[in-house]
Write a protein that binds this ligand. Structure first.
Ligand SMILES: O=C(CO)[C@H](O)[C@H](O)COP(=O)(O)O
Ligand SMILES: [Co+2]
Length: 291
């Protein structure tokens, strides 16, 4: 870990984007995502349920409460009915946390935005598989992977030329590519990109809003996905998003998921730490003894 962006400008009220442009940022040898083992359970709180009036504080709070990733729901009012976050917010949050910024793009034509999110500091960029989002799924997935490869080459060049000093900026090193399936979209849609992605995100609600109820039928889809990955000899992260709580997380963990998004279950809980730990430790309830 070489250089670290100053966050003091944030506290003094200066614009964080401008501040981070002037300052060298952390240059990493590997992706932030690679710090984590796929044998562990990752919790990625969705900031959609955070208090947007104090977003930086909310992200610091979940970071300190022990989350591994920060889930950022990007909605354009076209692919889904809601409009939320763009790359400027991702860029503003980048100096606030060193945790993985897990960007879920619920937008039309994500291919036009991948570069912006990568530049803003996203660690994972996940795009929807449905054709109402992108016509060229394979192409956009590879667009994300190409950025990662280009950034790795740039880092190698920078290191050989001792350019990792102030002013040299590599933010998109090791961007991981994810693909997302809506509850009604079959697994077969991603069969031919499964060997190209680092992460598959199974939606357990219809996308667009936080606080919805978990759709039980998606547990079987996660189990089927895990089986397909084993058959194909690939091992992407299996992430689940929507209605996940400490009470039901065990179902998706048991089915093979290792990254769990939780919005309302974390941000509406009295203790973020207890909610995150509760999701990780979620267990099937023991059946009550019959007298
Ligand atoms: O992508 C999403 C909605 O489209 C959100 O990530 C998801 O809904 C998380 O919120 P909650 O845990 O409250 O369901
Ligand atoms: Co999401």
């Amino acid at each position: 870990m070489a250089l670290l962006a100053s966050t003091s400008k944030l506290a003094s009220g200066a614009r964080p984007v401008a501040a981070s442009r002037r300052t060298a940022v952390r240059v990493q040898a590997t992706s932030r995502v690679d710090r984590y083992s796929k044998n562990d359970i990752i919790v990625s709180p969705s900031i959609l349920s955070a208090d947007f009036a104090k977003l930086g504080d909310e992200v610091r709070a979940i970071d300190q409460a022990g989350c591994e990733w920060v889930h950022i729901d990007v909605m354009d009012g076209r692919f889904v009915p809601n409009i939320t976050i763009g790359p400027l917010i991702v860029e503003a949050l980048r100096p606030v946390t060193d945790k993985v910024l897990d960007c879920h793009l619920m937008i039309v034509e994500p291919e036009l935005r991948v570069a912006d999110f990568a530049k803003a500091g996203a660690d994972i960029i996940s795009v929807h598989a449905e054709q109402s989002s992108t016509i060229h799924l394979h192409r956009v997935v590879n667009q994300v992977r190409t950025r990662a490869a280009a950034a790795a080459r740039a880092l190698a060049r920078a290191q050989s030329q001792s350019q990792t000093q102030s002013g040299y900026r590599i933010k998109d090193l090791g961007v991981k590519a994810g693909v997302v399936l809506n509850p009604g979209t079959p697994l077969s849609t991603i069969e031919y990109v499964l060997d190209q992605v680092d992460l598959v995100l199974i939606m357990s609600v219809n996308p667009g809003f936080g606080g919805q109820s978990f759709i039980e039928s998606q547990v079987a889809k996660i189990r089927e996905l895990k089986k397909l990955c084993l058959e194909k000899g690939v091992n992407p992260w299996i992430e689940v998003d929507g209605g996940v709580t400490p009470a039901n997380a065990w179902k998706v963990i048991d089915a093979g998921a290792n990254a769990l998004v939780a919005g309302s279950a974390v941000f509406k809980a009295p203790s973020y730490r207890d909610a995150i730990n509760g999701i990780k430790a979620s267990k099937k309830p023991v059946a009550a003894a019959v007298a």
